[in-house]
Write a protein that binds this ligand. Structure first.
Ligand SMILES: NC(=O)c1ccc[n+]([C@@H]2O[C@H](COP(=O)([O-])OP(=O)(O)OC[C@H]3O[C@@H](n4cnc5c(N)ncnc54)[C@H](O)[C@@H]3O)[C@@H](O)[C@H]2O)c1
Length: 296
């Protein structure tokens, strides 16, 4: 029997795309599935599709950027299934790609609140409940290849995804003693509707005016490019199965695009070379042999 069978997963943004793919994959392993999503129509479709596959599912409309809504999801999940064992912090938005001076403050807030605060609130709500039952479990944070390298014209998205990678590394060490395995999924392009994230943007984040605004028939070159690469991306179904494969092997970093290895290697090489230059600075010779401070 699968080690996942009979346990419960809570998946944000589970109504479509990568979240739905993970819901299907964990459901296939015999898990109960709670999908939380802002899009109520998609939730209905996803719920019906999962049920048709024999998966026990609870669908809850929620906005991940609202702390109290995460608490409500956690309570409903426990009320329905007794315990939660897995959290998948997947819901995310692309923001509006563009140059820094064209990125509106409200757009920054939207991306930060959904992609960063959404992950924080989800973890705050679910992890104490996993700790409490003592059986251990999993936290899977969905970052991006943008969490491994700075992406030009996508500063807000990159900021949140680098943060999610960093938090995952922190929590990996912090939660290991509780038998909670933390992983961070870093895909490159996957064929979803991420390029159409504005469909789920709240009125509170709408900009008053923007000369090169997005919208049907009025997209920027960055948005056109994003659309092309996303449409040529990996089939989302593969991503869910890859997550099962990787968490079964206890992986912290989950990659879906091995062809991006060289890009990340180039970044590490540049960082290593910068260390090398600091090591030869006359200003820093006394630091070279100092003991490295530990935080745990
Ligand atoms: N598709 C890609 O190329 C790609 C690459 C790397 C990382 N990712 C990441 O994968 C995750 C999933 O994206 P996707 O590609 O499946 O996109 P998607 O737009 O197809 O799906 C995102 C889901 O999240 C939901 N959602 C959006 N805002 C929400 C909110 N405030 N509260 C609750 N739910 C909300 C949407 O309704 C949708 O169901 C995101 O975190 C994204 O950044 C995607």
């Amino acid at each position: 029997m699968s080690k996942f069978a009979g346990k419960t997963a809570v998946i944000s943004g589970g109504a479509e795309g990568i979240g739905f793919s993970i819901a299907q994959a964990v459901g296939k392993q015999g898990m109960n599935v709670v999908i939380g999503d802002i899009d109520v129509e998609q939730l209905k479709k996803a719920s019906a599709a999962l049920e048709a596959q024999g998966i026990d599912v609870l669908a809850v409309q929620m906005d991940v950027s609202k702390q109290e809504q995460w608490q409500a999801v956690a309570e409903q999940a426990v009320a329905r299934f007794g315990k939660v064992h897995m959290l998948v912090n997947n819901a995310g938005v692309a923001g509006t790609p563009g140059a820094i001076e064209q990125t509106d403050d409200k757009d920054w807030r939207w991306v930060l609140n959904v992609n960063l605060m959404g992950v924080i609130y989800g973890t705050e709500a679910i992890v104490p409940r996993i700790k409490a039952h003592g059986e251990g479990g999993w936290v899977i944070n969905v970052a991006s290849m943008a969490g491994m390298m700075g992406v030009p014209f996508a500063g807000s998205y990159t900021a949140t995804k680098v943060a999610v990678v960093g938090m995952s590394e922190s929590w990996h060490a912090e939660l290991a003693p509780h038998n909670i395995q933390v992983s961070v999924l870093c895909p490159a392009f996957v064929k979803t509707r991420i390029n159409l994230s504005h469909r789920n943007k709240h009125a509170e984040y709408e900009m008053e005016s923007k000369p090169e605004s997005k919208g049907a028939g009025n997209t920027s070159p960055f948005e056109d490019h994003l659309q092309k690469v996303v449409e040529a991306g990996l089939a989302p179904e593969i991503v869910g199965e890859r997550v099962i494969e990787a968490i079964s092997a206890g992986e912290l970093y989950i990659f879906t695009h091995p062809n991006y290895r060289k890009v990340v290697q180039a970044r590490y090489k540049a960082i290593d070379e910068a260390f090398e230059r600091s090591a030869s600075s006359p200003l820093l010779q006394h630091v070279l042999d100092e003991e490295v401070a530990s935080f745990s």
